[in-house]
Design a protein around this ligand. Structure first.
Ligand SMILES: [Zn+2]
Length: 379
């Protein structure tokens, strides 16, 4: 009689063997073409294997231009395949001989093997930091929003939130120093890409397992609406920033400079945002980053302060995460498509969707950054 545990063990060891062989192959690609070359090659492997399909083919994009002002626009992406992601791409229950860890979490490597029938593979990335080395895995997104859409998840199961209860001392501990460090470290190796950290309750779809997302810019396409607005300058604290992105429907704080400059400024202002909440349960944010197209030592980083109780845009099914904050709204249901076809979605409508997730105290926060707290209308 066949032993199911024996065969499960056989499959697990074959999975580990191939993971190792693929890792060696990707390491040699990395030595030549960097992390960007790895992402490209991993995507090709996952396409060839049939884990992902060329599924951006069904995407339709609409440009919603502001009345009498063609320079200002938002983008609406209709992406019907995204609607399928809720039904899950993989198996729900483990076969005999395997067990689900952490409730069958979709970002835990042990689950991914049986959930995705042994065809989803990732790439190990180790990030050096003063606090030690941290281990991430790059996974290719089966329901992409953009080209080369990847999830960079921690190898271990840990929450997405950056404020965590301090089990020993009571109170809360912040992990933004680690998150900011690791985000900028990966971003620095990803020219031509945009990176995201969507906080828990700020568009993160898997809040129980820590992850970043990255995708490749579409060649020849001008910057996203948020980036275009940021180029106008805006109110700033000093000549080195940070800047408040002008004329944008949500408070977005822009840092620009070397990695060290943006990391230092980010940690300082995140500390101010944390201090504004007496109950840290509500606090969250989005980070969006990219490298300057010409000078890859210059980083653009955006911090969008968020409040967990305001995380879903009025007028859409999905949550408001990094791409939406860049000015590209994602629609995926047939009902949403009908509202697009009927012309019910225009510039003002998208502007209202983005504005609807503005944290109530975001402008007060900006005034605190400027050093205006305790005076004027916020006193
Ligand atoms: Zn997990």
């Amino acid at each position: 009689m066949t032993d199911p545990y024996g065969m499960a063990k056989f499959n697990r060891s074959r999975f580990e063997d191939f993971w190792q062989v693929l890792g060696d192959q990707l390491n040699s690609i990395r030595a030549r073409d960097g992390l960007v070359g790895v992402v490209e090659a991993l995507k090709m492997e996952q396409l060839d294997r049939g884990f992902i399909q060329d599924d951006l083919s069904g995407v339709i994009k609409y440009r919603m231009i502001k009345d009498k002002d063609p320079e200002h626009y938002f983008i609406v992406q209709y992406n019907p395949r995204r609607a399928q992601r809720f039904s899950g791409a993989g198996r729900q229950t483990p076969p005999s001989g395997s067990a689900a860890s952490h409730g069958g979490c979709f970002l835990c490597r042990d689950n991914i093997r049986w959930q995705q029938r042994g065809i989803e593979y990732g790439y190990d990335v180790h990030i050096d930091s003063p606090g030690g080395q941290r281990h991430y895995i790059i996974w290719v997104n089966p329901f992409p929003l953009m080209p080369n859409h990847i999830t960079v998840a921690t190898s271990s199961h840990r929450p997405q939130a950056w404020l965590l209860p301090n089990t020993e001392m009571g109170g809360w501990v912040t992990r933004m120093d680690e998150i900011g460090h690791d985000f900028l470290s990966i971003l620095g190796q990803m020219p031509g890409y945009l990176g995201f950290y969507n906080g828990d309750g700020a568009g993160a779809t898997i809040p129980h397992h820590f992850h970043f997302q990255f995708f490749k810019r579409i060649e020849g396409q001008d910057g996203f609406p948020l980036e275009r607005a940021a180029r106008q300058g805006g109110e700033c604290r000093s000549v080195d920033g940070p800047w408040l992105v002008p004329g944008y429907p949500i408070t977005a704080i822009h840092f620009r400079g070397t990695r060290e400059q943006v990391e230092t400024q980010l940690l300082e202002i995140v500390g101010k945002w944390e201090k504004m909440f007496s109950d840290p349960h509500g606090i969250t944010a989005n980070l969006i980053g990219s490298l300057d197209a010409q000078d890859h030592t210059i980083f653009d980083l955006y911090f969008i302060p968020r409040d967990k109780t305001f995380n879903r845009g009025a007028g859409m099914v999905g949550v408001i995460a990094g791409l939406e904050l860049l000015g590209e709204i994602v629609y995926s249901t047939e009902e949403e498509k009908r509202s697009l076809d009927r012309g019910q979605v225009n510039y003002d409508f998208v502007e209202r969707i983005i504005a609807s997730v503005e944290a109530p105290r975001a402008r007060e926060f900006w005034n605190i950054i400027l050093g205006k707290q305790g005076s004027g209308r916020y006193a």
